[in-house]
Design a protein around this ligand. Structure first.
Ligand code: HEC
Length: 165
């Protein structure tokens, strides 16, 4: 949405600068005053501003917009918090090899499918417990202590939010 607007504005700006440049070029008609030094400076500053706006600001705005959108878009249209976005990245690294979770495009089959486990209704505390203690006292296939502290909490929060979506 914002991207489209910026795009249209950019083309308006290009069109406008072409028209202005065309009007400006050519010799001044006989009798009219020559451009002063100050006027020429205004022109070059104006052109520099347009170039910076198109070449730097426009890509930057679009990049920032896209980046934010994708990173925080959870499955099923959920908007993720910063912590959950962190959790999503960690899940991909530490959990996706063994677990299926549609929200992370994870298809691991070693552990239970986290979309269907308990009907996709997982509580953060339950996931956190699995991360902290592992299963089978850490001697099973789900090891304990894959993550600690805030990282463990972020992943638990993320999984609970997107499971079953
Ligand atoms: C090496 C493979 C492996 C990895 C890596 C792994 N798990 Fe597991 N996970 C398992 C297995 C196997 C089970 C089933 C263990 C059982 O029930 O005894 C399991 C069970 C679970 C359960 C359900 C526990 C229960 O009581 O039913 C949750 C939730 C879970 N894992 C979350 C995670 C999260 C989050 C991560 C990443 C931090 C992760 N797992 C990483 C293999 C793995």
């Amino acid at each position: 949405m914002i991207g489209t607007l910026v795009f249209v504005l950019a083309f308006l700006a290009i069109g406008l600068s072409v028209v202005l440049a065309a009007m400006r070029s050519g010799r001044p008609p006989a009798g009219s005053k020559k451009e002063t030094r100050a006027q020429r400076r205004v022109w070059s500053v104006g052109i520099a501003v347009v170039i910076v706006a198109l070449g730097v600001t426009l890509p930057a705005v679009i990049l920032v917009n896209n980046g934010e959108d994708h990173a925080s878009h959870g499955a099923g249209g959920v908007q993720l918090t910063g912590a959950q976005t962190n959790g999503r990245a960690l899940f991909a690294e530490k959990c996706s090899t063994c677990h299926t979770l549609a929200g992370s495009h994870a298809v691991g089959r070693v552990g239970p499918n986290l979309d269907t486990l308990n009907g996709g209704n997982l509580k953060p505390a339950f996931v956190l417990d699995a991360i902290k203690n592992g299963r089978a006292s850490g001697n099973g296939q789900m090891p304990s202590g894959l993550l600690y502290g805030d990282d463990a909490k972020d992943v638990a929060d993320y999984v609970a939010t997107v499971s079953g979506r």
